[in-house]
Each structure stands twice: as structure tokens, then as C-alpha cells.
Design a protein around this ligand. Structure first.
Ligand code: SF4
Ligand code: SF4
Length: 697
């Protein structure tokens, strides 16, 4: 007895020393990051996310088989903490029981149930890994690039934790030390006890002692291994989820830097150029990655053979963080030639990786530990644009156009009202303040006002609002780009200049309610302008149309015989959770048969235009818009519908190119949800701008 106490305590002490040293190092490495204020401002939402994403494993359970296996392992570990306490108690006393908990039959059952469940989960993980092993080196595998050796070792260690537990408990059944008496509720231990019953008492005593000590040794070895491997997430994902932005790190970007020159010091850095520029939360993100590849699996850039994988980006930054740790924690200036002084781009992250991102948010949406990839990517872009002036040359023209002409195409404010010509009714234009009686300011957007295809949608929306008796006005030449493409490209200066001007214009016009047709404008005004003092009630046109239908102000009557598939724009769906309203509008069009693509709602595939990619050449891999359009065409739809002018342009281009190749029916059309609705409100299709080309009957 004394020997087992001494051995148990010695190995625990050794394990504790190593674990404590490593935990302190990790804590300092994270805490040494830049400040990130405002991480605990919505405690209710944060606690709810912790309960849902950590304890209920909400995101993991979206994939049912690995999700259930992970759920059982997670809860198995929580319940089995009790058995570790009991193992320590057993070192000292054969009659040890956890205070207040004791040795009820239910506890015995719970412990054995979860021990068995963890073994089943391990068998499942093993089967998944063996099945996927041949494909693991393929780009399409979500485990491509992950550290698989460590994952196998972890499975083996978890197996040892449970195996040693059941073995010593089985032996206890025969030595008389089993704390649950003759009850069969701890069924697994009882079964093993039956198997050991032919052994002598002293042999069972030896097995009991050996496996109690083995369990303690395995547990401490496991702790040490976990803290030195990617399985660190077992301990750090909980705080990472707790401190993540709520409701999620999409919509607005994570930070709106103060660009006032009077508030700048010599330490002010724009964006993230070196590893030391990361905030503590971004560092916590890096060490929380489980390498599960769920983000990579959904990334449109990766799926179309570009070099960007959100998982590999996080892993590369993490590796560099650890390589730089001694310099970061030295307390001295980073030496000029030091590891931590390396420019993240291009030394750690290739430029083509950085510029491939469409900011679609699929990675953030999928990540089970709530890593905020988009914020980190845009922070690195900010540094490249604002400090290094390095970015794709094609994007320079877009930035210049916004700066000089107020729109990315450089057509100028004088064309902002061209779409109103021939509408058949007058659209009030704000001169000083919004006209009396105008309920909404219709924010048309640059594409909606200036792109020929998007203009047709704008005209349709205007006609529908007019028909429903909604009084609205537009800013016309006073409207300027919201700044979204500049911001997602990394030009925060230009974004804030645009945004501040627009906020002032809207305020001066005494606007309170805005309807926007472009999800990027909708997102900027709703989610990002409040940080610059612009608080307006904003709806997307699909939301307003659904409301007007519900109120009976629009009454679809003419059947529209068409099979329609709906493409979720990333900035309407994932970034703002508007999934139901566009579908609600389509559902009310008589005759329309809606068919969903495989990737829809939160897993919808990007069109390729976001993140300012619309203005960059797509030189690597295959085209994102063609990938998405092929999926839409595969549904056999007559109409690919959407609710975003960018998506409209991208999908229309891809459809036309497939039609030119002869691989898509000539009859297929790309239309906004509003245009589909309009077909059912007018019979025959209305003459006038925007209607004739959109007829698909
Ligand atoms: S935002 Fe979209 S494109 Fe960018 S890394 Fe994430 S999934 Fe890939
Ligand atoms: S970033 Fe998130 S989703 Fe991607 S591999 Fe890491 S844990 Fe998985």
C-alpha cells in the first residue's frame, strides 16, 4: 500500500511539474498578444454559445457519425474525471468515496456507460480514419495537411485511459475493493470481474495496483502530450468559444481601427504584418485549432484548387507563433533578423493564399471551436495594403474608382439615376431631407445603379414597391459606394472615408429606414455603420417583399411554371442569417417549383465575388462561379435565382459561358427573387425597362 502511494504521488508530481510549466508557457504566449477589448460585452450570448457549442457540441453534431462519437468522448472525459478522483482516493483508502457523491449505483452505471461509450467512439474514429486513409493525401480530404500521426497516438492514449480504468475496476470486483458492492449497474466492470474470477486473490490484487498506477501514469502522460500537440484544443477550445464574437464572427469585421492621426502613437500598427501584431484572441484561435478540416472542406477557394485553405493558414500561423515564442516572451525588442520579425506575408503566408479569400465566412460558420479566420485574413490584408502597399494590381483600379468616382467601376455619380428612366412613375430623389411620406430610403448600391443586369433587378424592386404602395426615395447622385470592397480588400482608410460620408448623408437626410438590395450594402449599413455613428433600421429587399406579400399588398396571381433553385448570397445568408425570406417569397409564387442545391443555406457555396474578388483576376485553379453554376444547373432548374447583384453577375457570366459551350440549356435564366415574383404579378409581362429580357416562360 505504501509503495503504491509513493509511486502514485511521485509520478503525479512529475506530471504536474511538466504540465504546469507548459500551461504557464501557453498562458504567457497568449496573454502576450495585443489587447482585444470588448471580448466580454455580451455575457448572456457568450454563456449560451459555451453551452451550445462546447457542452451540447452543436456544430460537431452537424456531421452525425463523427459528431456523436465526439459528443460521447467529450462527455466521457467529463464523467471519467470522477474515476480519476476515485483512483487517487483508492491509493490511500479502500473505502474512499467522493464527498457528497458517494458510491450510488447510478454513478457506477454512469461511469461504466461512458467508459464503454468512449470505446465505441474510439472504434468509430478509427473506422473513419481507416476508411478515409487512402484519400487523406488527396486535396479533397478534409484531413489533407493535418497531423494524422498525433491523432492516431491520441486515440491510442484515450484507449489506454479507459482500458486501465476498466481493468483495475474489474480486478477490484474480485479483490473485494470494488466500491459498488455486488450491484450489476457498473456492468462493464462486473463483466471484466467475471473474466478475472478464475485468478487468485493475490493476482487480482496485483492487477488492481498495477492498473491504478498505470491509469495515473497514462493520464499524466496524456496531459503532457496534449499540451504539446494540436490536441491542445481539449483544454483551450472552451475559453476560445467563450471569448469569440457573438452571435458569430461574421457580418461586421472584428475591429474598426481608430484612424484619427491625433490618436496614433509610434506603436500604432495598421493590421497584422508580424506574428507579434496578433491579438491575444487571435493567438488563442491559433492554438485552439483541432485540424479537423471542416473549414477547408467548405472553402470555395480550396475547392477550386487555389492555395488557400483556412485550416492550413491557421496551422502555418500557429507553427510560426511557436517558433517565435522565445523572442515574443523574452521581454526585449524583437531582433531585426529574428524569427518573430519575419513578415507574415510572404514568409509565412503566400500572397496568393491571402488574396484568394472571398470572405464568404464558410470557415467561420463551420469551425467547431469558433476560430475567426476572416478577421485575421482581413487584418493581414490591411497591413499589406496600408503599410506595404502590396496587393493585386487589378484591385488598384477599383480602389481608385471608389476614391475618385464613388463606385468601383468608375462610372461616376451622374449615372446613378439612369435606371429610373422609363420606369413609368417618378422616383423621388433626396435633395436635402427625405421627402415627407417616404417611409424608406431605397439604397440602390453601385451595382444596382450602374451594372446593366443588376439595374433590371433595381427596376423590378422599384416597380414592386410602387405597386404595393410603399413610398420610397433614393439618394441618386448623393449615394456613394458603402466601402465594402475597399474594406474587405484591406483599405480601411478608404472604407472609413466612404462610410463616414454616407453616414453623414443619411443623417442629414433624416433617414431612419433603409431598404437595400445588395447584401454587401445591407451588411455594411446594418452591421458596420453603427461603429461609425450610423444607426438605421435596415431591411433587405427580400425581407420587405415577404412582408408585403404577408400583408396582401402584393398578390401573386399568374402561375409561373418554372423549376427554380435559389443561391444564398454569403453576405445575406451566412453573414446575416437571412435564409427564409427569399425562399418565402419564391414559395408564394404560384406554379414555381423550388429545388435546393446540395450546398444551401449555411453550407451554400460562394459565387466568388466577395472579399473584393469581383475586381481581381481568378488566375489559379478553376472558377468559383462556374463551380457554383454547375451545381445549380445539375438541379435541372429553369431559373437560378438569387438576391444579390454580385451573385447575379457571377452566376450569369458562368451560365452564359456554359451555354456557349453547349453544356447548359439556352433557356436557363439567372434572376433575382424579386424578378421571379414580378412574373406572377403582371400578365402579360410588363413592358418597360428590365422586364422583357427576364421573361422565362
Ligand atoms: S472566408 Fe471563405 S474563402 Fe475565405 S478562407 Fe474562409 S471559407 Fe475560404
Ligand atoms: S480552423 Fe476550425 S474548422 Fe478549421 S481545422 Fe481548425 S478547428 Fe477545424
Amino acid at each position: 500500500m505504501a509503495a503504491r502511494i509513493v509511486i502514485g504521488l511521485l509520478l503525479s508530481f512529475a506530471g504536474l511539474v511538466v504540465v504546469a510549466r507548459r500551461a504557464w508557457f501557453l498562458f504567457r504566449l497568449v496573454a502576450n498578444g495585443k489587447p482585444d477589448p470588448g471580448r466580454m460585452t455580451d455575457i448572456g450570448a457568450q454563456v449560451k454559445a459555451e453551452l451550445m457549442d462546447v457542452f451540447a457540441q452543436r456544430k460537431l453534431l452537424r456531421r452525425s457519425i463523427p459528431g456523436v462519437a465526439h459528443f460521447l468522448t467529450f462527455w466521457g472525459f467529463i464523467v471519467l474525471i470522477l474515476t480519476i478522483i476515485e483512483a487517487y482516493g483508492d491509493l490511500f483508502s479502500k473505502t474512499f468515496a467522493i464527498p457528497l457523491i458517494g458510491h450510488g449505483r447510478a454513478l457506477g452505471f454512469l461511469e461504466d456507460f461512458f467508459a464503454t461509450a468512449v470505446l465505441v467512439a474510439l472504434a468509430t474514429f478509427t473506422a473513419i480514419r481507416i476508411r478515409q486513409n487512402p484519400a487523406r493525401r488527396e486535396r479533397r480530404s478534409r484531413f489533407y495537411g493535418s497531423h494524422t500521426g498525433a491523432a492516431w497516438f491520441t486515440l491510442f492514449m484515450i484507449f489506454l485511459v479507459v482500458a486501465t480504468l476498466l481493468l483495475y475496476r474489474g480486478a477490484q470486483v474480485d479483490t473485494g475493493d470494488f466500491p459498488y458492492g455486488k450491484s450489476w449497474w457498473p456492468f462493464a466492470s462486473r463483466l471484466l470481474g467475471g473474466a478475472f474470477s478464475t485468478l487468485s486473490h493475490s493476482t487480482n490484487m496485483g492487477i488492481e495496483t498495477a492498473f491504478i498506477l498505470a491509469q495515473l501514469a497514462v493520464i499524466w502522460s496524456f496531459f503532457v502530450f496534449v499540451l504539446h500537440s494540436k490536441h491542445l484544443h481539449i483544454f483551450v477550445s472552451e475559453p476560445n468559444v467563450l471569448f469569440s464574437r457573438r452571435p458569430k464572427a461574421l457580418g461586421s469585421l472584428g475591429s474598426t481601427p481608430d484612424l484619427d492621426p491625433e490618436h496614433m502613437t509610434e506603436d500604432t500598427v495598421f493590421g497584422t504584418g508580424q506574428i507579434g501584431h496578433l491579438t491575444w484572441k487571435q493567438r488563442l484561435d491559433l492554438i485552439s485549432c483541432t485540424e479537423c478540416g471542416r473549414c477547408q472542406d467548405q472553402c470555395p477557394a480550396w475547392a477550386t484548387d487555389k492555395p488557400l485553405s483556412p485550416k492550413l493558414l491557421i496551422m502555418d500561423l500557429r507553427e510560426h507563433l511557436f517558433a517565435s515564442s522565445s523572442e515574443l516572451l523574452s521581454g526585449s525588442e524583437i531582433p531585426a533578423g529574428g524569427v518573430a520579425a519575419k513578415p507574415l506575408v510572404p514568409d509565412v503566408i503566400e500572397p496568393d493564399v491571402l488574396w484568394s479569400c472571398t470572405t464568404c465566412g464558410a470557415c467561420v460558420e463551420q469551425c467547431p471551436v469558433d476560430i475567426e479566420h476572416v478577421d485575421t485574413i482581413v487584418d493581414m490584408r490591411r497591413y499589406e495594403v496600408l503599410v506595404e502597399a502590396r496587393f493585386p494590381t487589378e484591385a488598384a483600379l477599383m480602389l481608385r474608382n471608389i476614391e475618385n468616382q464613388g463606385d468601383p467601376w468608375g462610372l461616376g455619380q451622374s449615372h446613378r439615376l439612369d435606371w429610373t428612366v422609363g420606369l413609368g412613375f417618378e422616383v423621388p430623389v433626396v435633395t436635402s431631407t427625405i421627402p415627407d411620406g417616404a417611409e424608406y430610403l431605397f439604397w440602390v448600391g453601385c451595382a444596382g445603379a450602374l451594372d446593366e443586369r443588376a439595374r433590371r433587378t433595381t427596376q423590378t424592386i422599384a416597380r414592386l414597391l410602387h405597386q404595393a404602395g410603399v413610398v420610397f426615395a433614393v439618394l441618386g447622385p448623393k449615394e456613394s459606394c458603402t466601402g465594402d470592397p475597399a474594406r474587405r480588400l484591406g483599405n480601411e482608410y478608404l472604407y472609413q472615408t466612404q462610410a463616414q460620408t454616407n453616414v453623414e448623408t443619411l443623417k442629414a437626410a433624416k433617414v431612419t429606414k433603409v431598404v437595400a438590395s445588395c447584401p454587401h450594402c445591407f451588411n455594411s449599413i446594418t452591421r458596420e455603420y453603427p461603429a461609425l455613428g450610423g444607426d438605421f433600421e435596415v431591411v433587405h429587399h427580400t425581407q420587405l417583399l415577404e412582408k408585403l406579400l404577408a400583408e396582401g399588398k402584393l398578390q401573386p396571381e399568374t402561375p409561373v411554371s418554372a423549376k427554380v433553385t435559389y443561391h444564398d448570397p454569403c453576405y445575406l445568408g451566412r453573414h446575416n442569417e437571412v435564409y427564409d425570406e427569399p425562399r418565402g417569397v419564391l414559395a408564394q409564387v404560384p406554379g414555381v417549383q423550388v429545388t435546393e442545391m446540395h450546398r444551401h443555406r449555411r453550407t451554400a457555396f460562394c459565387c466568388g465575388a466577395g472579399g473584393a474578388r469581383m475586381w481581381m483576376e481568378e488566375k489559379i485553379g478553376t472558377r468559383i462561379n462556374v463551380n457554383r453554376t454547375d451545381e445549380a444547373l445539375a438541379t435541372g432548374a429553369d431559373v437560378i435565382s438569387t438576391a444579390c447583384p454580385y451573385c447575379m453577375i457571377m452566376l450569369d457570366d458562368a451560365t452564359k459561358s456554359r451555354q456557349a459551350e453547349g453544356s447548359a440549356p439556352e433557356s436557363v435564366r439567372v434572376l433575382d427573387v424579386a424578378q421571379v415574383l414580378e412574373q406572377s404579378l403582371v400578365a402579360p409581362p410588363a413592358a418597360g425597362p428590365g422586364s422583357a429580357d427576364d421573361s422565362f416562360d
